[in-house]
Design a protein around this ligand. Structure first.
Ligand code: CP
Length: 325
């Protein structure tokens, strides 16, 4: 689904912003700064509504399909929480071995089936480009919840919203991305999204997990100052946002290569003594040791708050895409 639908006579409660209503969310590249201002304003409103009343009926009668071909805790359950807090309901498929996919059903056929039961589809799939393929098959909006090493646009939106809520602004900040920058779809999406702001970006990784050159070129072409280094200490004292990622074992074809780099960086309480007092540590999670648990009590550790912000952002996206924001 790629075109917005408009009607002159809207059902009660419907507010259709043509930038969002009926549209797919496949890549951060589809958004401009004004889109983000809208998403973040609605997400902030959602936060207030949840804190005040918990659950409300904005999307009553709407049904979301949550189709996950890859494991997920946060993305999957926060979309469930988002639609349910908005009064809608969900078809949850998070183990495709128990669906007709295991009988060999194609992705387009699966999508056509599920859209006949629901108003929007969230999909996570191991192959880059799969969300776009699903969207091409669907008449209803499709939301990319991670397509292999491709993109994770709703994660980038929640990351940016987290920075805004924690720091009050994104402009003027230095963001340091650390870990698996080659396969990490969250950093791919976030780096692209940050081109809409006045930021500097540092990429810290082992040599074999550097940010893809084409992405560095794309971000550079947008006028963003970038620095690549394997040395965290070289950039930590000037970092405002430390975005840590997991070295993803499941993306390696050669396990020996994974073993060589898996413990390259570990953020500890001692590391934090060398960081700014006003800094936020983000991580899309799950973590497997790259942030020591002793860091969790540091007020700069924002990664658990980041998960919660994700629900507000996904509530905002669902309300906007389904025409009720
Ligand atoms: N951040 C993220 O995508 O987490 P999950 O894999 O648990 O959904």
């Amino acid at each position: 689904m790629t075109t917005a639908r408009t009607t002159e006579h809207l059902p009660f409660g419907e507010k259709r912003d043509p930038r969002f209503f009926g549209r797919d969310i496949l890549s951060v590249s589809q958004f401009d700064r004004s889109d983000l201002d809208t998403i973040f304003a609605v997400a902030h409103e959602m936060r207030g509504m949840v804190e005040r009343i918990g659950t409300f009926d904005l999307l009553k009668g709407k049904v979301l399909t949550n189709l996950f071909y890859e494991p997920s805790t946060r993305t999957s359950s926060s979309f469930v929480a988002a639609i349910e807090r908005l009064g809608g309901s969900v078809i949850q498929i998070n183990n495709v071995t128990y669906s007709s996919v295991s009988k060999g059903e194609s992705l387009p056929d699966t999508i056509k089936t599920l859209e006949s039961y629901s108003d929007a589809i969230v999909i996570r799939h191991p192959e880059k480009g799969s969300a776009a393929e699903a969207a091409a098959a669907a008449a209803k909006p499709v939301i990319n919840a991670g397509d292999g090493p491709g993109e994770h646009p709703t994660q980038a939106l929640l990351d940016a919203f987290t920075i805004l809520e924690e720091m009050g602004t994104l402009d003027g900040l230095t963001v340091t991305m650390l870990g698996d920058l080659k396969y990490g779809r969250t950093v791919h999406s976030l780096a692209k999204l940050l081109t809409l702001f006045d930021v500097k970006i540092n990429y810290v990784s082992p040599e074999i997990l550097k940010m893809p050159a084409e992405l560095v070129a794309e971000v550079g072409a947008a006028g963003i100052t970038q620095l690549e280094t394997p040395d965290l200490d070289a950039v930590l004292p000037n970092t405002d946002i430390l975005y840590v990622t997991r070295i993803q074992k499941e993306r390696f074809e050669n396990v020996d290569e994974y073993d060589q780099v898996k413990d390259s960086y570990v953020i500890t309480a001692e590391t934090m003594t060398r960081a700014k007092e006003q800094m936020a540590v983000l991580h899309p999670l799950p973590r497997v040791g790259e942030i020591a648990r002793e860091v969790d009590d540091d007020p700069r550790a924002a990664y658990f708050r980041q998960m919660e912000y994700g629900m507000y952002v996904r509530m905002a996206l669902l309300a906007l895409v389904l025409g009720r924001a």
